[in-house]
Design a protein around this ligand. Structure first.
Ligand code: A2R
Length: 313
């Protein structure tokens, strides 16, 4: 039985990945969380870990000896990265280096999947869409720059130390339980609050013209499992739907699922200092290697996310 370690499992993706690896892939799954976080289950295989402390990582790896390491721990919000760049750089760059360097000290070679972001590509000229992995990257925000740096360092570790490090560029992933600091959850939460009469029928939005590539988180974790098994060391793989929709279309879809009369207003706090107009993945590389493609329709994900928020507010 393969032993997997998910670093940063208390976040949005972690719970889905834990379930997928355990129930679909039949792995023994160990997870880490920050001491301040809690996990709903799996207490015996849950470990406290702060990736800013390399010694903690080394001793955990010696204790568990995983075959596979999924590195999800991050400061994952573009908005928070603008407000707190130094912390984002610490966690996303220094933290990842700590993980890779701890693995380098082991006497065997586990496989490592580093989770980066479609944001790394940054400002993409129209003729470069959909974007391929070998495309030039032009990170347009602090979060993107940290993930681009993680990717570069990952490929250096793979080459220099012959380590089995694979890199993902994940495009926007969405689904039930995602924090409402991310756009689709934010809209679903606002609609659910309006339906419950907790606020006026007014939605506050940021830039509606931006186009993003949205994939259901359950499809995303399936891709991570396949890349861990079949990915080539030192290689980067896009994980996305392969088509983009505007934030306006997402907003209209969510409002139409409610059937309420809702007014839309711009909230200046939701506008970014720099926003990237279109992000859209070319997913032929992962498809050719593993046969993966997203299965869950966007409408289904949005409807289930709205259902989640209706139960939560
Ligand atoms: O920031 P928190 O308190 O939500 O904790 C996050 C955790 N984390 C850390 N873990 C260990 N050591 C640290 N120094 C540290 N700082 C933060 O990593 C959170 O529990 C987890 C990341 O989960 P999310 O923020 O929910 O990200 P998500 O959506 O699960 O995305 C997974 C990966 C990330 O690398 C994203 O940048 C990428 O996919 O798109």
């Amino acid at each position: 039985m393969k032993k997997a370690l998910i670093i940063g499992a208390a976040g949005f993706v972690g719970s889905y990945l834990t379930e997928h690896l355990r129930d679909e892939c039949g792995m023994e799954v160990h997870v880490t969380k920050l001491p301040t976080e809690s996990l709903p289950e799996q207490k015996d295989r849950a470990h406290d870990l702060n990736i800013l402390n390399k010694e903690e990582i080394v001793s955990l790896l010696f204790e568990i000896r995983p075959d596979y390491i999924f590195h999800l721990a991050a400061q994952s919000s573009v908005g928070i990265a603008w407000k707190n760049p130094a912390l984002t750089i610490d966690i996303n760059i220094k933290g990842s280096v700590n993980v890779m360097d701890a693995v380098r000290e082991l006497y065997y070679k586990p496989r490592i999947l580093l989770i980066g972001s479609g944001e790394e590509y940054g400002h993409i000229p129209e003729e470069e869409i959909p974007i391929r992995e070998e495309n030039r990257i032009r990170p347009g925000n602090i979060y993107a720059a940290t993930k681009a740096c993680q990717n570069m360092i990952g490929s250096i570790y793979a080459q220099a130390y012959d380590m089995e490090v694979m890199m993902v560029r994940a495009f926007n992933h969405i689904g039930p339980t995602q924090s409402s600091i991310f756009v689709v959850s934010d809209f679903c939460r606002q609609v659910a609050e309006i339906e419950k009469g907790l606020r006026e029928p007014v939605m506050y939005v940021g830039n509606l013209n931006a186009r993003r590539d949205f994939t259901d988180v359950r499809d995303v974790v399936r891709a991570y499992g396949l890349l861990m098994e079949y990915g080539e060391p030192g290689e980067t793989y896009n994980v996305g739907r392969g088509s983009s929709v505007s934030i306006r279309e997402m907003l209209e879809m969510i409002i139409s699922m409610s059937g309420r009369e809702i007014r839309v207003e711009t909230d200046r706090n939701k506008l970014r200092p720099v926003d990237i107009p279109v992000i859209e993945a070319d997913i032929s590389k992962i498809h050719a290697l593993t046969g993966w493609e997203p299965k869950i329709p966007l409408r289904q994900t949005v409807s289930e996310t709205l259902h989640y928020w209706r139960g939560k507010v």
